[in-house]
Structures are given as structure tokens and as C-alpha cells.
Design a protein around this ligand. Sequence first.
Ligand code: PBG
Length: 332
Amino acid sequence: MTYPGAAFPQARPRRLRRTPALRRLVEETRIAPADLILPMFVKEGLTEPRPIDSLPGVVQHSRESLRKAAVEAVRAGVGGLMLFGVPVGRDELGSAGCDPEGVLNVAIRDVVAEVGDATVVMSDLCLDEFTSHGHCGVLAADGGVDNDATLAHYGEIAVAQAAAGAHVLGPSGMMDGQVAAVRRALDAAGFADVSILAYAAKYASAFYGPFRDAVESPLQGDRRTYQQDPANVREALREVALDVAEGADLVMVKPALPYLDVVAAVRQAVDLPVAAYQVSGEYAMIEAAAGKGWLDRDRAILETLTSIRRAGAQNVLTYWAVEAATLLRHRY
Ligand code: PBG
């Protein structure tokens, strides 16, 4: 049989698409629940979980609901949890970040007490959730973010989070030298075995909008003096190379879907595990369109996760981690 215009009459790619079983057999990219990391928010003082308008289906947890949700995520086989804290009070220096009784450090202890080593407990290591101005660092006299003064704070927060029991710390502030500063502080405090997931290539993105609602960010202005320009990919490779040299154990690209070329380039450039963060705005876009009946939600979720995986990310941080894990189980 030939078909019109065929240079190779035997080439019929559709043969392998004929049945679901054939398609499954030749599937190049698979995602396992263990590849997925669930970001979770915990708010100080809550007694009940509180929904987040711009992230339908995601909540600010109370201490108790966080523990329950962590157990549920472990049951679903999720590979890791990334914890974010929302404090009641904020100050110029973000001091709640390194207070052992600060909301995030308490949450880390709670979750570790609940799930132990059954999954990987990670914590966001940044100042923005804790500062009254909402920036990821402390401010210099001129109002700009003071890189090196911020590093000292990151070191203290790192030690507090490690002491609380986190397995992996995720410095997300895009300060120069942050991985080295965190590594040095951890090693000096006897936490040489705590890993660093470096937010290596993090862009100044419009897709973080709903996250800022989730953490009730007071930020005015933007983060363009420290997060990357969306136009740049070579710069991402420089950032990643620095983080690797500074001792990162895993590297991350963020956001994910608008930056698949960056994910692919980073995968090519390094041997470390590469993660990508499917951020709040990526989640909200699909939820909003699906809510209007404009696209098939479950298919869209799996398609985006598959694409991020195909581009070269081994791990994906996604607010759908538990649900996607369940969808994936039914699939295979
Ligand atoms: C900063 C931080 C942000 C996100 C994760 N860590 C926000 C920002 O950089 O403004 C965004 C995550 C998301 O949008 O889902 N600590």
C-alpha cells in the first residue's frame, strides 16, 4: 500500500497510534506520582483551612489541616512537599523566618512529625513571606534590595529550617551567592546532609499573581532587579552554572510552561536533577478556563505536566500534585 506523495511507502506512523495499548507501548514520556512536588501554604493562627480565591481548590492550611493534607499527599505517592508560611505579623527584616516558633518552622516540625521520611519535606527559603515590604531581601538605605545583607538572613533561616527537620531547602530569592551562603551556614551548623533545591532560573513573571494572594503579599512594585528578564535564556544558564558551582543539589526553572526552552537548555547543561515549578498563574489559567467549560481540565493538567517532563524536568512542583498522582494511577 502506498499513499500519495510518500517518499517511503512503508512509513505509516499512524500504525502505532491505532489503539490505546499501542500508544501506551510507545509513549516516550511518563510521569510518576513520585516526580511531583506539592506546594502547600500554612497560615499562622488559622483554625480552619481557608480557600484562596485566585487558586480554586488550593487553601491556606491551619496547622491541623496541613498535617492531614500531608498524609493524604503521601498516600497518593507524591514525591515531595514544598511548604510556604504565611505569618500574622511582618517586619522590615522578615524576622519570623528564622524564629523557631515562626509559622513555617513550626509547620516543618509538624509535617516531619507526621510523615517522617515517607516523602521529602521541603521548605521555601525566602524573606518575602515575612517582610513588611514584601521583597525577597532586606532593603538598603536607598530602598533597593541589599544582596549581601540578605545572604546573612538566608543563612539564619536555613539553619532554622534544617533544625526544624526539612530535608531540602529551596532558596527562592534570586540573590547572588545565595546557594553558597546557605550551604556554608548549613555546614557550619552541622547540617551537611540537608539538600538545596536552587531556584536557579527564576523569572520576573506575571504568573505569580495568585501566589501573592495565597501568601497575602504586601509587595508594591516588582522584583525585576533580582528575578530574571523573561527575554533571556543564556542568562539562565549562567545562573544555573553559578548555583551548581556553589553547591546546589537540584536546580529549578520557574515558571514552567512559558519557559520550556529554558528547561530543555538547563537539562542539557547540567547533570543534576532538574525541577520546574508550574506556578500559581499556570494553575489558575487552566482552572479558570475549565470552570467556564472552555477546555477539558484533566486532559489539560496531564498535557501540561507531560510537556514539562518532556522538556527535561524530572520533577514538577504543581498545585495539582495529589490530583495528578491519582489521575496517573488510573492511567497506567
Ligand atoms: C518567593 C516565591 C514566589 C513564588 C514561589 N516563591 C513568588 C515571587 O517570586 O513573587 C511563586 C510561586 C507561584 O506563583 O506559584 N518566595
